[in-house]
Design a protein around this ligand. Structure first.
Ligand SMILES: CC(C)(COP(=O)(O)OP(=O)(O)OC[C@H]1O[C@@H](n2cnc3c(N)ncnc32)[C@H](O)[C@@H]1OP(=O)(O)O)[C@@H](O)C(=O)NCCC(=O)NCCS
Length: 161
């Protein structure tokens, strides 16, 4: 695999919608993704294997805080490091935009995603019982995870919190 990550603008929303649909029980449609991407501070990165788009991350960084809104990698391309690449690149970008901390929500039972986030420096900072709707995951609990970002920008460093 020859993996790389690039900025993904509105032109790639149909690709994001297709990738999302293959990864979540309640897929986000093109309009929903377009609205999220249009929020202040929102950006998306697309991961490619050669010329093939294989995954993306949608993040928002505003007022010193970043949030991972979603991340998805094609089922047959998982476990090859693309998720890790997308998270690290998005965190660097958020840091460049002035974010000092990043948050996310993940289903408690989503072991692959939780492992990815632990590997990229996140720690559990809270829990929401029965957070997800029936169509999203039958009332599963959500964990809130947090990672502090270095204030000096440009690096991959993770400040102690
Ligand atoms: C979560 C997801 C994005 C991970 O993408 P990926 O490209 O497979 O991740 P990587 O290959 O970079 O793996 C990074 C780390 O995550 C962990 N991980 C990945 N897949 C795993 C699995 N099936 N089981 C356990 N840990 C796993 C490992 O720690 C791995 O590091 P390692 O390979 O050095 O051990 C992917 O599984 C996915 O798209 N899932 C469906 C959508 C989803 O749940 N998104 C998150 C919503 S919060």
């Amino acid at each position: 695999m020859s993996l790389r990550v690039e900025e993904a603008g509105p032109a790639l929303i149909p690709v994001m919608a297709a990738l999302h649909k293959m990864s979540f029980p309640r897929p986000w449609g093109r309009e929903e993704l377009a609205e999220l991407l249009a929020m202040p501070g929102a950006f998306a990165l697309m991961g490619f294997d050669g010329e093939a788009p294989c995954g993306f991350i949608l993040m928002r960084a505003a007022a010193g805080e970043a949030e991972i809104l979603t991340i998805a990698v094609l089922p047959d391309r998982r476990g090859a490091g693309l998720g890790n690449l997308l998270v690290e690149a998005a965190l660097r970008r958020a840091q460049d935009k002035g974010a000092e901390v990043c948050f996310l929500e993940v289903a408690e039972e989503n072991a692959p995603a939780r492992a990815l986030y632990v590997k990229t420096g996140f720690e559990v900072s809270g829990k929401r019982e029965g957070y997800y709707s029936a169509e999203e995951g039958a009332g599963a609990n959500a964990l809130i995870m947090r990672r502090a970002l270095a204030k000096d920008g440009g690096g991959t460093g993770c400040a102690q919190s």
